[in-house]
Design a protein around this ligand. Structure first.
Ligand code: GLC
Length: 841
């Protein structure tokens, strides 16, 4: 099944592998922006998630995968079976030698031919399969147009054999045009209609029933709101719209009957099992090369789809579109770069982590392990922090979008689907606070208090209110949910979804949420203190288009112009002090912080527990948010070292739960060592690196950074892709300790990027400037960074030095002048370039 080609044997001339980050399945190419898989037999699918803001596709090294529009669950265009063991389902390109009858495909699946040569290049915005079989060299590149809702396939064929060849090319896909995964395929297929447009050589598909909007139109009583079409730049000689007719009775994708027997009885319309197959014939003389292309366009109507298609069905147009995609990613990521002694960390930090966060999480909202489509209230907000240094306006847009998914009482959806606006109401207690978290980070980075007056409606109240009011209501809601001991209730879970029953009766308390809140109170007290002197005035409700009288009727509505900022700051600060005291009084277990208390008052994350004794987040955030006094900070990080540091990264908790415990929640139902249940949960593990930096524990920083770097893993043990972060890696309580999974769809990408930049290289925006406070792994001697800051560019060169005076962690020179502290003040004028030299400990 797999080819014999291994290592770098199938790189093209001129393609340089990066020697240090090679594995037996592939390598990063020299500048790191492409990962080239040379053995398709990877332990798990190694995938690319390619998306523009509306349309996306996932494609693995086997060629399997699928396409969606607007929502990877409710707007699925082509069918796919989520089966990572087989990975043989998707959109394919067959080639058949019309003379010999030999059949292969331009990606390993579905034919699994024994290639003479194979490579799959996953790049930023595209994937290319390079194959050679029976003297035919092929390149198949899949990508999404940078802005239009079109997926394009560029194919190059070259005849390397010593005779002329007649090749039949068959594109194949199966229409879904609706919701997936669907447990009722046989029912849903009844509503799909296909149509063959012979003049264009195109197959159109629509679905007369979409199971999503239930209330507006009546149950199952509306169309899928898109029309899709597949077409080819070559003349189409045959087409097929029915799956069984193409495969033959009980046939298989590996060897479709129609291709074996040259049987074409086309069937389109409303009574078939909807697929699209387009067959063209290409003749190639000896040595001849030929380019062609396919387009899969999705429009709001038949006309719209046609229009998109007609503009794209041209090889030169497609090449230009591919060029635009590649340059759009290059430009997007160009302004902020790092250079560290670890090449693979540079590849991840400079390109892949942000690509993963933007393409996979923010735009596509999809991975092979999770076909989501929805916005997680806390998830995409955190992801949007990758925009802060490069396009902060996009982070602001994300903040506004999430604020719109808040109820007037301050609570929020846990997640919602953009296409249907269906949301999930839970008693999760932290979601709403991430709005305040990310908005504060936006202000810290940009210095722009203007966001506070962004006018946004609520889900259940269309009257727009300034963002500060959204934040204030979120706080108010959390304050209401305080235990008699002064700790926040945990409800149906906080950051950790699986702690889903800890506080269902509104008695259980969360120590981690306490830590989180302490940091937020500090931030917002600071923001409120800054507003009065800033000359900035929040536009009030009246200016948002409403009269104050209307607002007064709303009961809880407060005019932001009337906000007493000083008072608010004092209130936040007072609450922060009280909360720190309460946590240290009730949340300290003796050697580390508890994670939570259950409704019945029993402890979670305590030395008294047999399982779930120590939790990571309760320690790291105590350090990060200055909840722990110095001695406790040292002790709780020592507990992390002793109990949670594994060679795969920092575990979320230990020991893993080994029995379901309905009083705690579904985290206890995972097998031990999996995901949140005692695995390395990468998202949280990045915070451990930040906390280690704050404690100036260079050794731990180095250890964790290496442990979490997917490019440095042994793929036969680790299994997952080397170029993106995994959601989790199995912990020691799993027999597969060290195995990664849940790649792409994880908040860890954006966070690892942030932690490397702000903590390891230590270039961290603060209220009064850019703090430079690196904490390198022991082996690093230097690193550098280029990044924008408030309209200027900063070139920062950091050297490790042993001769700094007592108590100084970094000594900073700005444009040749030594600064009194390690904080670079905000630039006086925009548009300049500054040179920063740093000597650090
Ligand atoms: C999942 C959720 C995220 C949550 C995490 C930890 O990744 O999407 O919101 O914080 O799990 O439970």
């Amino acid at each position: 099944m797999s080819t014999d080609v291994r290592g770098t044997a199938s790189l093209d001339d001129g393609e340089q592998p990066c020697a240090r980050v090679e594995s037996r399945y592939g390598c990063f190419l020299a500048d790191g922006t492409e990962y080239c898989i040379t053995d398709p037999n990877t332990p798990r699918p190694w995938v690319n998630v390619i998306a523009n803001p509306r349309m996306g596709l996932a494609v693995s090294q086997t060629g399997s995968g699928f396409t969606w529009i607007d929502d990877a669950q409710l707007g699925v265009i082509t069918r796919w079976q989520q089966d990572l063991a087989q990975d043989s389902s998707g959109k394919f390109l067959y080639v058949r030698d019309a003379d010999s009858g030999e059949l292969w495909s331009l990606s390993p699946a579905p034919v699994w031919a024994k290639y003479d040569r194979y490579a799959c290049h996953h790049g930023l915005g595209y994937s290319t399969f390079v194959t050679e079989f029976g003297g035919i060299r092929a390149e198949w590149t899949l990508f999404c147009h940078a802005s239009e809702t079109v997926e394009l396939w560029r194919v190059e064929l070259e005849n390397l054999s010593d005779r002329s060849r007649r090749l039949e090319l068959c594109a194949y896909l199966e229409w879904c045009c609706g919701v997936a995964p669907s447990p009722r395929r046989e029912f849903h297929k009844l509503f799909i209609e296909t149509e063959f447009d012979a003049r264009r050589g195109a197959i159109f598909a629509r679905n007369h029933m979409w199971e999503v909007p239930t209330e507006r139109y009546g149950h199952w009583n509306t169309d899928f709101p898109y029309v899709s079409v597949l077409a080819c730049t070559e003349p189409v000689l045959s087409a097929q719209g029915d799956k069984a007719a193409f495969l033959g009775r009980y046939g298989a994708l590996k060897s479709p009957g129609a291709l074996q027997q040259d049987l074409w009885q086309p069937a389109f319309g409303r009574h078939e099992d909807a697929i699209a197959v387009l067959r063209s014939v290409v003749e190639l003389r000896r040595g001849e090369r030929r380019g062609l292309g396919y387009a899969l366009a999705v429009g709001e109507s038949h006309k719209g789809a046609e229009r998109l298609l007609d503009g794209m069905l041209d090889v030169d147009v497609m090449d230009r579109a591919l060029g635009e995609v590649r340059s759009s990613w290059r430009e997007r990521l160009a302004a902020h770069r790092v250079d560290t002694p670890e090449p693979s960390l540079n590849f991840l930090t400079n390109d892949w982590l942000r690509y993963q966060a933007i393409s996979g999480r923010i735009w596509g909202r999809c991975g092979y392990y999770q076909q989501s489509g929805a916005y997680g209230f806390r998830d995409q907000l955190q992801d949007s922090q990758v925009w802060l240094t490069i396009e902060p306006e996009r982070c602001r847009e994300q903040i506004r979008l999430h604020a719109e998914h808040q109820f007037a009482d301050g609570s929020v959806y846990h997640w919602w689907h953009p296409l249907s606006e269906q949301g999930h109401v839970t008693r999760m207690t932290d979601d709403l606070l991430w709005l305040a978290f990310v908005a504060a980070n936006y202000i810290r980075e940009t210095g722009d208090l203007g966001i506070l007056s962004d006018a946004v409606r609520f889900i259940d109240d269309e009257r727009p209110q300034p963002l500060i009011e959204h934040v204030r209501r979120a706080f108010a809601r959390v304050f209401e949910r305080t235990s008699p001991r002064g700790l926040p209730h945990i409800g149906a879970g906080d950051w950790n979804d699986g702690l889903s029953a800890v506080g269902l009766q509104e008695r259980g308390e969360s120590i981690w949420l306490g830590h989180f809140l302490v940091g937020l109170l500090a931030d917002w007290a600071e923001i409120c203190r800054r507003v009065p002197g800033s000359g900035f005035r929040v536009r009030g409700i009246a200016e948002c288009g409403l009269r104050n009288a209307d607002c007064a009727r709303g009961g809880t509505a407060v005019s932001a112009v009337d906000l007493n900022w000083e008072q608010l700051a004092i209130d936040f600060e007072r609450r922060r002090q009280r909360l720190i005291a309460a946590i240290n009084e009730h949340g300290w277990d003796g050697k580390w912080y508890l994670r939570a208390t259950l409704d019945d008052g029993s402890k979670l994350g305590s030395a008294e527990n047999r399982v779930g004794r120590v939790f990571l987040n309760a320690q790291t955030w105590a350090v990060l948010n200055n909840v722990a006094p110095a001695d406790r900070a040292a002790r709780c990080m020592a507990a992390v070292r002793e109990n949670l540091v594994s060679d795969a990264g920092a575990l979320l908790l230990a020991p893993a739960f080994d029995q379901p415990d309905p009083k705690i929640g579904y985290i206890t139902r995972y097998a031990p060592g999996l995901r949140e249940n005692g695995g390395v949960y990468t998202h949280a593990a990045t915070w451990a690196i930040a906390a280690a930096c704050k404690m100036r524990d260079h050794e731990l920083v180095g250890r964790l950074l290496t442990a979490m770097n997917p490019a440095l893993k042994d793929p036969d043990k680790y299994w997952a892709e080397p170029y993106v972060t995994p959601g989790n890696v199995d912990g020691p309580d799993s027999p597969h300790h060290g195995r990664g999974g849940w790649t792409w769809y994880t908040g860890s990408a954006a966070w690892l990027h942030r932690v490397v930049n702000e903590w390891v290289l230590g270039v961290r925006p603060e209220w009064d400037g850019l703090r430079i406070d690196p904490c390198f792994p022991p082996k690093w001697k230097h690193a550098s960074m280029t990044r924008p800051y408030r309209g200027c560019m900063y070139d920062i060169h950091i050297e490790r030095s042993n001769d700094l005076s007592e108590g100084v962690t970094a000594d900073v020179t700005l444009d040749g002048a030594k600064l009194p502290t390690n904080v670079i003040p905000p630039p006086a004028e925009a548009g300049e370039r500054h040179e920063v030299q740093v000597r650090c400990r």
